[in-house]
Design a protein around this ligand. Structure first.
Ligand code: MN3
Length: 245
């Protein structure tokens, strides 16, 4: 991105010119996301971030074997393939650079870049809750959920239904779009920061509904996996994400 456009984005974001920046994510918001998405590089390459908890920390809702396979094999493969695809790429390799060009670049960069970013976010947005104690958002995020969906249960139902309906492989997201919360889904490893997303916004929460995320424990029963996931959402981090600029 050239300096002029970067400046424009920054000023537009500061002035809150939502009408003009409708389809753009401000640089400030991307920077906040980077903290969650572990934009870790190793000698100029992307690297796999460690899980922020033990492999068995999400038991009994998400099992240790699934976490090992999902993180160590699937996520690692996205990182490796992303680095490989970037070897011959001469464009901007930051998240902002990759996502703003997602519809035009090598599909291997789009798929594996999304794969790396989305999973990094997904791990962070879960936490241990072995006894399945009540797990609800609080503060400004809860206020915004109530304002948008009326009750938390309506929000939960809508999010669960949309997650269930993702055809094939993809993700379900809670995003902030023009100051409002919205539930959207993306196919494959696309995300709401990409230029190709039908709905763009800042990710607040995400759920991986690829079969590799649940089939070891839940087989084909995606609905049981979705129900279990509500127990391990890290709402504190989701709220931090929501209120960050
Ligand atoms: Mn996955």
């Amino acid at each position: 991105m050239d300096n002029k456009r970067r400046d424009f984005l920054r000023k537009s974001a500061l002035l809150g010119l939502a009408g003009i920046t409708t389809n753009l994510i401000s640089e400030e918001k991307l920077n906040a996301l980077d903290n969650l998405a572990a934009k870790t590089t190793d000698g100029g390459k992307y690297s796999l971030p460690a899980l922020p908890y033990a492999y068995n920390a999400l038991e009994p809702f998400i099992d240790e074997q699934t976490m090992k396979l999902h993180h160590d094999k699937h996520h690692q493969a996205y990182v490796d393939k992303l680095n490989k695809a970037l070897e011959t790429y001469t464009g901007d390799t930051t998240w902002e650079g990759i996502f703003s060009q997602a519809s035009k670049i090598d599909v291997a960069i789009r798929n594996n870049g999304g794969g790396h970013y989305n999973h990094s976010l997904f791990w962070q947005l879960m936490k241990s809750n072995p006894k399945g104690e009540a797990n609800l958002p609080a503060g400004k995020l809860m206020d915004a959920i109530i304002a948008e969906f009326n009750t938390f249960d309506i929000f939960k139902k809508e999010f669960s239904e949309k997650s269930l309906k993702v055809f094939g492989s993809g993700w379900c997201w809670l995003i902030e779009q023009k100051g409002k919360l919205k539930i959207i889904t993306t196919p494959n490893q696309d995300n709401p920061l990409m230029d190709c997303a039908s709905d763009k916004g800042k990710p607040i929460l995400c759920l991986d509904v690829w079969e590799h995320a649940y089939y070891l424990k839940y087989q084909n029963k995606r609905t049981d996996y979705i129900s279990a996931w509500w127990n391990v959402i890290n709402w504190q981090l989701a709220e931090n994400q929501f209120i960050s600029e």
